[in-house]
Design a protein around this ligand. Structure first.
Ligand SMILES: CC(C)(COP(=O)(O)OP(=O)(O)OC[C@H]1O[C@@H](n2cnc3c(N)ncnc32)[C@H](O)[C@@H]1OP(=O)(O)O)[C@@H](O)C(=O)NCCC(=O)NCCS
Length: 147
C-alpha cells in the first residue's frame, strides 16, 4: 500500500475518489444519516454530481491523501490542518489498520502546518475507530485530538 497526495489535476483520480466516497457512504453511513446529509452527499458524490462543483470542494482541502493498492485507489482522507472532513476505506479492506495509517499520515501533515489539534464530526459507524486512534468525544459525535 502506498499513501500519496491526491492529484486533483487528474480527472480520472477525482472521479474514482468520488465513486469511492459514495459507495462507502451508502454502505456504512446512509442508515444513520439525517436527510440533509444524505441530500448533500448525493449532490456532491452521487450519480448526477456536478464534476466542477465537487472538484472545487476538493480543492479547498489543503490536506488530501489517497492510498493505492498497486494502481487502484481504495482509500482517501481529506481536510484542513484543523479539521478532518472525509475518511473512507473500501469495505474489502476494513480492519486492516489502513484507516489508522491514513489518519496518522494526515495528523503528521497537520502538525507540519503547526496545527495543535484536530476536530471532526464522526459518522456513528466510525466513532469506535476514532476512539481507538486516541480521539476523545467533545460533544455527541464531535471528536478531537491534541497533536
Ligand atoms: C471508519 C473507517 C475509516 C475505519 O477504517 P479501517 O481501515 O477499517 O480501520 P482500522 O483497521 O485502522 O481500525 C483500527 C482499529 O479501530 C477499531 N475499529 C475500526 N472500525 C471499527 C468499527 N466499525 N467498529 C468498532 N471498532 C472499529 C478497531 O479496534 C480496529 O482495531 P482491530 O482491527 O484490532 O479491532 C472505515 O471503517 C470506513 O471507511 N467506514 C465507513 C466510512 C466512515 O464512516 N468514515 C468515517 C467518516 S467520519
Amino acid at each position: 500500500m502506498k499513501i500519496t497526495k491526491a492529484n486533483l489535476d487528474n480527472k480520472k483520480v477525482v472521479k474514482i475518489i468520488v465513486g469511492l466516497i459514495h459507495e462507502v457512504f451508502c454502505e456504512f453511513n446512509l442508515k444513520d444519516s439525517k436527510d440533509g446529509l444524505i441530500k448533500k452527499m448525493n449532490s456532491q458524490y452521487g450519480k448526477w454530481y456536478d464534476y466542477n462543483a465537487t472538484l472545487s470542494i476538493f480543492q479547498k482541502s489543503p490536506l488530501f491523501f489517497i492510498a493505492k493498492d498497486r494502481d487502484t485507489i481504495i482509500w482517501m482522507i481529506r481536510g484542513t490542518s484543523e479539521k478532518i472532513l472525509n475518511l473512507y476505506v473500501l469495505k474489502k479492506r476494513h480492519l486492516q489498520w489502513i484507516g489508522s495509517k491514513l489518519l496518522s499520515t494526515f495528523e503528521s501533515a497537520a502538525k507540519k502546518l503547526w496545527s495543535k489539534s484536530l476536530v471532526l464530526k464522526a459518522s456513528k459507524y466510525a466513532v469506535p475507530f476514532y476512539l481507538t486512534n486516541g480521539y476523545t468525544i467533545k460533544n455527541d459525535r464531535i471528536l478531537t485530538k491534541q497533536l
